[in-house]
Ligand binder design. Sequence first.
Ligand code: FUL
Length: 476
Amino acid sequence: MSVSILEAAQVGPSDRQLAWQQTEFYGFIHFTVNTFTDREWGDGQEDPTIFDPTDLDARQWVDACVSAGMKGSILTCKHHDGFCLWPSKYTTHSVASSPWLGGQGDLVKEVAAACRAAGIKFGVYLSPWDRHEASYGDSERYNSFFINQLTELLTGYGELFCVWFDGACGEGPNGKRQVYDWDAYYAVIRQLQPGAVISVCGPDVRWCGNEGGHTREREWSVVPATMQDNEKIQSESQQEDDGEFARRVGSRDEDLGSRSVLAGADHVVWYPAEVNTSIRPGWFYHAYEDNKVKSLEELQDVYERAVGGNATFLLNLPPDRRGLIHENDVARMKAFGDWLKSYYGTNAALDALAITFDEAEGGHGPDKAVDGRRDTYWCPSEEHDEVVLELDFGRSITYDRVVLMEWIQAGQRIEAFLLECEDQEGWKTIYEGHLVGYKKICRLKQPVIGFKLRVRITESRLKPTLMSVEVYEAKD
Ligand code: FUL
């Protein structure tokens, strides 16, 4: 039992996974009866009439996402309490029984429309665990109920980029035991929304293993996985979200894909990570957290480690009882977006002179790493112990961020690299890195002044590729 490096190095993303990865940074919106009861998990006994936002404006939510630089948003269409934000035909426990818009509203529709109008993607969260629905625990009946609800979401709201299945289930030893028919859920999603990734309790996107915004130092997208372990997922009860499904790949393990892990695996898949966290301590809005909105520095840090650590960043923004994102969160999102634009707006390495010591074959010359295009890449002609790509900016610049991107369509290959700059005494190392994958943001310890930069790839699986090397000037 062992997966060869050759095999692992050639596993790449599906089209839907690639499109999702390129979304990079997107919003999560947690809103339901919990917003009105001040709870994080509802018990399913809530009276739908408590759902009564006074000034709900989905465009304001989406504007906040866009102002932060997000390219999509995922709405909790049904959380664990079972209350549906759309008028589902299969339950009365929904907005249709609430006073909001006289019971005529459809919040999924409003958010989907607002996303489309703003030009960002839309995705749905549908909790498998349902504490209201009477059939929950009667596995077959609930599975068909769930598929009916899923079908409503998959067919009624245009194109979805993601279906997010939560692994949380708080049923204790005497609780209900529902065996989910994951395969049937996946089949209906593939059929009705072939472009959507199925995240967390799904085969396309894995949970990074925590809700605190942490990314592994080495976040592999190629990991060993058995996809046939679904029964186990439901056979264990849990009080907190620990991603049962993702546990198949060891969601808490630090090393998911090194050579030694491959040596003990019999199958690998492309299963990239998503980092999810909330802008506040809770997932739902609580007035007492108005002053606990994550600081700009915290958001920058999570962003650079997630998006810049071969993962994506899913950041939750909870609307309040008015049905608006609170002013503090709105201001923070805008400040974040302004920072993103100003920091990463101008790539100083664009069209730099790029040379390498190995002539590339098939048009994958070093210039392809700095041409600003997403459909070309540099790849040396042969395998070497190390390869070096040298950039000359043609002027002296002061930079403190270097962004590397592999051509992941060919697989994830780089295992170690160094960045070097040149001063009067010669070349010196300014950064030691490991994995690159889709994107690696290298945060230099201090700004570097110089005309040149070298990327020295010291370990790789097969020949490495670089779709892009970007350099960003230090900001005060
Ligand atoms: C967890 C849930 O229990 C939380 O309420 C929240 O939805 C989070 C994103 O996932 O598993």
